[in-house]
Structures are given as structure tokens and as C-alpha cells.
Design a protein around this ligand. Structure first.
Ligand code: SAM
Length: 437
């Protein structure tokens, strides 16, 4: 059901009664335990937040006290994130979306989540609204909602996940739709501010640079000087940052400018959350590497590159068994590497998630890795009792599987018993062979 406002442009959709007729792009969300199927009209799928990410974010948000008032997503896309907020906070929500098909998809998706997860009362569904309209125009959105029967007119929490140019590695903040400053302008007079300020979450591209992060902070400061801010990197593993968000005001973590959230592969497990770090303005883009003379018997560990990107690796690593006694020999790219004398003896899920591999240096390989030299590598591996050797060094992507396959086949037939890996830090001429004890 649609309810038109006076200007006939902005309309309200009621999730309780909205039909799915005419909606398309109905695809399963593979990250959800419930195997939800969501609609994503007008190619909205790549824009949508995966359910597991949306849920973990909502769970973190639950840790903060939000006042009475509207829980708002002013550019809600397929409505996945706002549905997750409603589920976890157990509060009705408002989503605004410029694209009518997507706004309808949001309403239906919200109802799907509500129905499939079950709730004793319908009130949350009945009191939630989706608006087809311009999310930048707070005044008009609120007037339309008021006509539709929403008594509340103040916003307790504002979420913004703007669309960004597709396939652009390096987009400008002004290319975001809607733009951050336009949203701030349109909603600043409607946000409830506690002592710590309003509660705003900006869900941004994980690829924005340090300089752009500072630009975002400046934009926020122009509207709300001095608010606390916590940048949050979310990763679902394999060293990839899936989301980078800025938590502002009453939902910032006091004293912690950075947070790293690792969502485990098992959706029934709670995310790992690390807090700390330095303010963005005090740090460079990269960690400093130290030239070292790599020695047999010392250890090398490959650290999750998403953790490194968050700037929190140096806060976390000293909590491991080798303490603070390590140096970075590689700090960028897919495989950041630390070098340490003491062995890493901690175990457990944390380690498994954030240390990709850790081992003792047993040998150095001067040859280039090719199909001609792989037999030599097998022999060296056998001297060190290795049964499985993983190449963790940058190689031609066509060559990598061939070499790895050859190693796997040859070593499986022989007598080794241990696992190992080979790396090659940028500063090193040779490959380094490590054994996992
Ligand atoms: C990245 S998507 C949001 C995805 C959403 N977080 C989800 O979980 O599905 C951004 C959306 O903003 C919408 N948008 C762009 N400009 C807008 C505006 N001025 N007002 C409302 N929505 C807008 C786009 O149509 C797009 O669907």
C-alpha cells in the first residue's frame, strides 16, 4: 500500500501490507543462517549489506544507549541493514529510498526478516515505514511520515550507506549519493543529541584513503565540532576489509578511535572485536618495516591484512605469546609479515583468524620457483620432514596452482610429517621456508 503526500513525490510504503508483485531479483543471502531470500530491485544486490555484516553491526549498536526516537536509514537500498537494526534493537524503523522499486523491496525484505525470525507482537512491523523520496530532505520526509500516522518526529539514530560509483577504486567523497554534507544539513535539526552528541553511523567504502577519512572527519566537525568518532573496519576473513564505517557521537567508543570487527566463518559464533589505535590524523598509511638479517630458528608470522589495514595490529600483537618483541618485515599487500625470535604458542580461534600462518625459519631458497626447480624444493622440504608445504608468496597467478599442485602431489607420496610454508618478503632476495611446529 502506498500513501502519497501533498507534493505527490514522496510516498510512504507500509511493510505490513506491501505486496511483492512486480518485484524481481529475489536472491538468497548466503551469509544468513535463515537462508533469507531478499529482493534487490534495479541491480541493488551489489549495493546491499550482507546479512551477517548487518547483524553484527546491529549487535554492536545494541551496546549503546539510544534515546526514544526514530531509527533511520536515509538511503536504505534493499533495506537489509535497517531490518537488522530492527531485529536486534527490537524497535520499529524508518527507511528512505529514492528508487521506488528498491523502497518496495526494502519493505518486503523487512517483513520477510520479521516473519521468518518470529516476534510475539506485530507492533514493530506495524510501526515501521519506508519512504520513497529524497533522503536528504529531512523536513519533507518527517512531514510525510507524520501524515502517514507516525507520531515520532525526532531521530534517535541516523544510518547512512551512500551509493558510490561502481568499479571506481578511487572515488571522490562528492561522488557519493547521497552526499554526506547534504544528509547532515537535511537532518541536523532533527537529531536527538545526548551529552555525547547525536548517534550517526556512516557506512563508507573500505577503499577510501587516509586523506579521505580525514576529509570525512572534517565534514562531521563542520556540523558537530568535537564529537567523538570510532572508525570501524569489518572483515569476513581472507584479509579483506568488507566495510569501513565511522561511528559518531553517542555511538563512538570513548577513547578508542579504531575498532576491528572480525566476523567468523561460523555464523553462530560471535564476532571478535578489537578496540584501540591512534586517531587517523596521527598516523600514516603504512606501518614501518625494519630491514633484518633473517636467521634460521627465528619465526615468521603472516598477519591478517584486514587487521593491518585497521591500524590495530600493533595493539593486538603484543598480547600474543611473543609479547612486543617483533618487527615488520612486510607491512603492506596481501601478506603482511612479522619476524620474531620467540615462538607463537597461543592457540585458539582468535589466533586462527588473525594469524594466517606462523612458523620457524628452517631454510632459505635461492632458486626462483618454477616447474623446473620445484623438485629441488620438494627435496629441501623432505630434509625438514615436511608433508604439506603452502606457497604464501606472490607468484604469477597462472603458475601458482601448478606449482602448488606439484608440491602437494610429490610430498603426499613421501615420508614427511609436518606442515610448512614459504614466504618472500619484498626486502628479501630469497624465499624463506618455515615449519609450523
Ligand atoms: C549502498 S545503497 C544502500 C544499501 C543498504 N545499506 C542495504 O543494506 O541494502 C545506497 C542507496 O542510496 C540510494 N540513494 C541515492 N541517493 C539517495 C537520496 N538522495 N535519497 C535516498 N536514497 C538515495 C540509492 O538508490 C541506493 O539504493
Amino acid at each position: 500500500m502506498l500513501l502519497a503526500s501533498r507534493d505527490n513525490m514522496t510516498r510512504v510504503i507500509f511493510p505490513l501490507s506491501e505486496s511483492n508483485i512486480g518485484l524481481f531479483e529475489n536472491v538468497p543471502d548466503k551469509t544468513s543462517l535463515e537462508r533469507f531470500r531478499f529482493y534487490h530491485a534495479n541491480e541493488g544486490k551489489p549495493l546491499a549489506t550482507p546479512w551477517q555484516v548487518a547483524l553484527s553491526r546491529a549487535q554492536i549498536l545494541r551496546g549503546y544507549q539510544l534515546p526514544e526516537g526514530i531509527i533511520l536509514d536515509c538511503a536504505c537500498g534493499s533495506g537489509i541493514q535497517i531490518a537488522a537494526y530492527s531485529e536486534i534493537l527490537k524497535r520499529p524503523i524508518v527507511g528512505v529510498e529514492l528508487n521506488e522499486e528498491r523502497a518496495r523491496a526494502s519493505a518486503v525484505n523487512f517483513r520477510t526478516v520479521f516473519t521468518e525470525r518470529g516476534d510475539d507482537s506485530l507492533s514493530r512491523l506495524k510501526n515501521s515505514y519506508f519512504v520513497v523520496g529524497d533522503g536528504r530532505d529531512g523536513e519533507k520526509v518527517l512531514a510525510t511520515l507524520s501524515e502517514a500516522g507516525l507520531a515520532e518526529s525526532r531521530v534517535a539514530f541516523l544510518h547512512l550507506d551512500p551509493a558510490r560509483p561502481r568499479n571506481s577504486r578511487d572515488h571522490d567523497l562528492s561522488e557519493m549519493a547521497p552526499r554526506l554534507d547534504e544528509i547532515f544539513l537535511g537532518w541536523q535539526n532533527h537529531l536527538i543529541a545526548s551529552e555525547a552528541g547525536p548517534a550517526i553511523l556512516l557506512d563508507l567504502s573500505p577503499r577510501i584513503s587516509n586523506r579521505q577519512m580525514l576529509d570525512v572527519e572534517k565534514l562531521v566537525n563542520d556540523f558537530w565540532p568535537g564529537l567523538k568518532k570510532t572508525w570501524t573496519w569489518t572483515s569476513r576473513g581472507r584479509g579483506r576489509v568488507d566495510r569501513l564505517a565511522l561511528w559518531i557521537g553517542s555511538i563512538a567508543e570513548p577513547g578508542h578511535p579504531r575498532r576491528f570487527v572480525r566476523i567468523p566463518p561460523d555464523p553462530t559464533k560471535a564476532p571478535l572485536i578489537l578496540l584501540g589505535g591512534d586517531a587517523i590524523e596521527n598516523t600514516g598509511e603504512e606501518l614501518i618495516t625494519t630491514p633484518v638479517n633473517l636467521q634460521r630458528g627465528a619465526n615468521m608470522s603472516i598477519v591478517d591484512s584486514a587487521l593491518v589495514e585497521s591500524g590495530l595490529a600493533d595493539d593486538w600483537l603484543p598480547t600474543l605469546s611473543f609479547g612486543g618483541d617483533y618487527v615488520w618485515v612486510e607491512s603492506t599487500g596481501r601478506r603482511p609479515i612479522i619476524y620474531h625470535q620467540q615462538q607463537l604458542v597461543n592457540s585458539g580461534a582468535e589466533l586462527a583468524n588473525l594469524i594466517v600462518a606462523s612458523g620457524r625459519i628452517v631454510d632459505f631458497i635461492l632458486d626462483n620457483l618454477t616447474l623446473e626447480t620445484v623438485d629441488n624444493l620438494v627435496e629441501i622440504a623432505l630434509i625438514h620432514d615436511i608433508r604439506k608445504l603452502t606457497i604464501r608468496a606472490g607468484l604469477d597467478p597462472k603458475m601458482q596452482p601448478k606449482l602448488q599442485g606439484s608440491l602437494d602431489r610429490q610430498l603426499a607420496r613421501r615420508h614427511g610429517s609436518k606442515e610448512g610454508f614459504i614466504v618472500r618478503p619484498k626486502s628479501s632476495e630469497k624465499y624463506v621456508l618455515c615449519v609450523i611446529d
